[in-house]
Design a protein around this ligand. Structure first.
Ligand SMILES: Cc1ncc(COP(=O)(O)O)c(C=O)c1O
Length: 400
């Protein structure tokens, strides 16, 4: 029996069974063709069943699918870390792989905390954002601020001891640094776009000020770009605009083919672990870190991203979305937000979205709303006609 995610199994509607998938299309067992408007949780940026990524994986299969990185190494992981080091901005060069975004966030936080203990500092506080979502493992939950995901563990401050949450406002940021600056190990953010917390968008000026304050108070700046990385905000990485000390990538890293993630540190962080003292080593090592099939998928995914000029595709998605949503409004909608490859309609009351999943299904679109948010984050290869169909379906719900 499958135990499905984020679901009350007692009342769960039967999930839609998919037989195969190609491009942006999901084909159901009973012969329906659905456009996937959410890219399998924002990861499948090239669409499904991409011949070149398929080939990259099957070619590697003939060598081996996985070899651990404990005492061993291999060419795909070496090539991917070299590629990331040259592709990411600044000196974000030191790649620690893991099997999921949540684990990669744990790794980033653990790195930041140990970076400080290694240098004999007693700093113990983490700054994070209100409405943050960084994954479902425990430390990721602590820096998250979304009880809608983690309510079962209580809103008690006990579990968040050592974590301070602030809104995305410069005044609040300055106040937090003023009060806690010399206790801070790091500031972790989903830069520009807070995904699971409600597709909340904010200005780059907040991040620029955060960089200045982290420098001034000697705290590390961590960008969780698990959702925003690889173009989703209309920037290749938000790190291209403001340089963090650690960046976390996942989801689209492998083009959504295989669960894999990476925490990339800059030189200063990496060197904070170099020592003759064995206790200064970073003691972490997921079994499947650097999985060879995942690395080959990631290398091909990045190659396609560059070769096929994906940044243009994303700009085009944003342009079409702005055109299609221009002038659209409804009294049940509180805000429409668009950034890069993300369009979100926030409604005033969750109940407004009841029944939308069925409605979109009948129109040939797979949508997954959550709470008060109806959104699309389509694969970047989507055509204008397909994208307009998704947006028309979203609008049609309010025009019935
Ligand atoms: C910003 C962010 N960080 C971390 C995660 C967790 O990634 P994973 O689901 O691969 O554990 C997510 C997942 O949605 C995310 O959006």
């Amino acid at each position: 029996m499958i135990w499905y995610p984020y679901a009350q199994m007692k009342t769960l509607d039967a999930p839609i069974k998919i037989k195969n998938a190609k491009g942006v299309h999901l084909y159901t067992e009973d012969g329906r063709d659905l456009i996937d408007s959410v890219s399998s949780w924002w990861s499948v940026i090239h669409g499904y069943n991409h011949p070149e990524i398929n080939k990259a994986i099957t070619d590697q299969l003939g060598n081996f699918s996985h070899i651990m990185l404990g005492g061993l190494t291999h060419e795909p992981v070496q090539r991917l870390s070299d590629k990331l080091a040259s592709w990411l901005p600044g000196d974000l060069d030191y790649c620690f792989f893991s099997d999921s975004g949540s684990v990669a966030v744990e790794v980033a936080l653990k790195m930041a905390l140990q970076f400080n203990t290694n240098r004999g500092s007693s700093r113990d506080t983490i700054l994070a954002l209100e409405h943050a979502y960084h994954g479902d493992t425990f430390k990721a939950m602590e820096v998250g601020d979304d009880e809608d995901y983690h309510f079962a563990f209580g809103a008690s401050n006990e579990k968040k001891r050592g974590v301070i949450h602030i809104p995305t406002e410069i005044a609040a940021l300055e106040k937090a640094f003023d009060e806690f600056g010399d206790k801070l190990t790091c500031f972790i953010v989903e830069p520009l776009l807070q995904g699971a917390g409600g597709m909340r968008m904010y200005d780059v000026s907040f991040l620029k000020r955060a960089r200045e304050l982290c420098d001034k108070y000697d705290a590390l700046l961590i960008f969780d770009e698990v959702a925003t990385g690889f173009g989703r905000t209309g920037n290749r990485f938000v790190a291209d605009l403001v340089l963090p000390d650690i960046i976390v990538l996942g989801k689209a890293l492998t083009g959504g083919y295989i669960g894999h993630a990476v925490t990339v540190a800059n030189k200063r962080v990496y060197e904070g672990f170099l020592s003759d003292d064995p206790t200064h080593a970073f003691m972490h090592g997921p079994t499947f870190m650097g999985n060879a099939l995942a690395c080959c998928a990631a290398l091909k995914s990045i190659e396609l991203f560059e070769r096929e000029n994906y940044m243009e595709k994303i700009k085009n998605i944003e342009r079409i979305a702005r055109r299609e949503m221009q002038g659209f409004s409804d009294e049940r909608i509180s805000e429409i937000r668009i950034m890069g490859g993300c369009v979100c309609i926030e409604v005033k009351d969750d109940a407004v979205l009841d029944g939308f999943k069925r409605f979109s299904f009948e129109r040939g679109v797979f949508c997954r709303t959550f709470l008060k948010y109806m959104y699309t984050m389509p694969p970047y290869i989507i055509t204008e006609t397909e994208l307009v169909k998704i947006l028309d379906t979203m609008k049609a719900w309010f025009e019935r």
